[in-house]
Design a binder for this molecule. Structure first.
Ligand SMILES: C[S@@+](CC[C@H](N)C(=O)[O-])C[C@H]1O[C@@H](n2cnc3c(N)ncnc32)[C@H](O)[C@@H]1O
Length: 256
């Protein structure tokens, strides 16, 4: 596994959900969180999103307009859903790397590739998205799904994604967001702060397992702020569009 050599200021703070922690702690907390839910991650996703996550992921991968033979990295790829979808499009000549720091998530995903079409084109790499162990300009596309919220240094993660893209390569970031319409947000709050923690307790035995999810969504930058950050980093043609009343957002950008 990769280790950060960033020499970050030890007094620097960040958020894990609503909780403020030293930047050095966040990675550990996030690791523990995903290790505790890895075995039931796919099942919980389907239950909690009423299956919508599958539709969002399909839509997100389609927006990349992948071609046969493309080289792709699925950053914070977890159990590999986006990678499995991409593998079908890029065929035998293509390659997908699922890159994630959590071993339990990767292990939960690997058996899916054994059964899936073109699953043999997927490789599974354990490492930190903020220090990708990949050469500059090595991928035609970078995908990241529901991952960047968990990073300690969001900007650093996106700079790494920009670095490993070939010129002309595309970024796709699928992430949760706060729905903008008030009536929908009230329903969503009820669902996320009451029903979800209870479901989390029922299925994973932990009331907290899914409070982190919704707290971290609320602490995440707005779609406009995220688009500006991507432009600052050097992505061009940055666009975003909302899915299901703004519960999830797809950002896209191109490396010039
Ligand atoms: C919510 S899951 C998303 C998994 C998958 N992309 C999906 O859409 O189902 C977030 C993933 O990000 C990973 N992750 C969080 N911080 C990371 C980091 N700094 N480097 C690499 N992976 C990270 C977690 O281990 C977890 O597997």
């Amino acid at each position: 596994m990769e280790h950060s050599k960033s020499g970050m200021n030890q007094n620097e703070k960040t958020y894990v959900g609503y909780r403020q922690v030293h930047t050095s702690e966040k990675g550990k907390v996030v690791q523990q969180h995903f290790t505790s839910i890895a075995r039931r991650y796919d099942l919980m996703n389907s239950i909690l999103s009423f299956g919508l996550h599958r539709l969002w992921k399909r839509t997100a991968v389609k927006t990349l307009k992948l071609k046969e033979g493309d080289r792709i990295i699925d950053v914070c790829g977890g159990t590999g859903d986006l990678a499995l979808l991409a593998a079908r499009t890029i065929g035998h000549a293509g390659r997908v790397v699922v890159y994630d720091m959590n071993r339990a998530m990767l292990e939960a995903g690997r058996p899916k590739a054994v059964r899936a079409p073109f699953g043999e084109t997927i490789s599974w790499v354990q490492g930190d998205a903020e220090n990708l162990s990949c050469a500059d300009q090595s991928f035609d596309a970078v995908m990241v799904g529901f991952g960047v919220r968990n990073l300690t240094h969001l900007e650093k993660g996106f700079r790494e994604m920009h670095r490993v893209l070939k010129p002309g390569g595309k970024l796709m970031c699928l992430e949760f967001s706060k729905p903008p319409a008030l009536w929908f947000r009230l329903l969503y709050d009820l669902y996320s702060f009451i029903l979800i923690p209870l479901a989390g307790r029922l299925f994973t035995g932990s009331l907290e397992a899914y409070t982190y999810l919704f707290e971290s969504i609320r602490m995440f930058p707005s779609p406009e702020a995220l688009a500006s950050l991507l432009e600052e980093i050097g992505f061009s043609q940055v666009t975003y569009h909302k899915l299901t009343n703004g519960i999830a957002i797809i950002h896209r950008g191109v490396k010039e």
